[in-house]
Design a protein around this ligand. Sequence first.
Ligand code: ZN
Length: 207
Amino acid sequence: MSNEQDPQTGEVGRATGFELRDRDRDRGGQAAARGIDSALERNRAFAAAAGHEGAVVFPNLQLQLFVITCLDPRTDPAHFLGLGMSDAMVVRNVGGRVTPEVINDVAYIGQLAETIMPDGPLFEVAVIHHTQCGTGALADDTFRGRYAERIGVEESSLLEHAVLDPTATVTRDVDRLRKARAISPRVTVSGYVYDVVTGLVTTVVPA
Ligand SMILES: [Zn+2]
């Protein structure tokens, strides 16, 4: 695969945008070892500046937001949605996909919310898929075959996990949440696509 960046699309590499650039490759191991130390140092500064004070278990009432998105470092909702401490519940996984585990997470928070809010809307789940998603690698037969073997699942079940057309996959995942019997009908669900080139979020499925 090429590591060149396409000037038209901004895409790096063939499908995923996940290709290592040479400068990343050079500093690889060393950066990984230092990463957590640097993060722990930032944590001490955060605590010293009282960043944790005033945080609440349930999201700030104005937002009442539960975000599901990809774990890609480019798609951190604290940045692209401007979310601060206690603003939202966030689940991130590979692709931001609505898996059975994610459905259970939403059901769990829904049940907790029901205990403190006996009626009315509980919260909104926003599913956000993005362009240039690394799950695109699952469309590659060799990569998908190796990964299926590694995690011990049927190869055919993985193809569906690839976010090649985020508008289509986010629509499917919103539908999956809306149809899940474990989730309270008082939870609303909407779907969006985040464009990593423009930085903009587009509504695909309104609440
Ligand atoms: Zn992704």
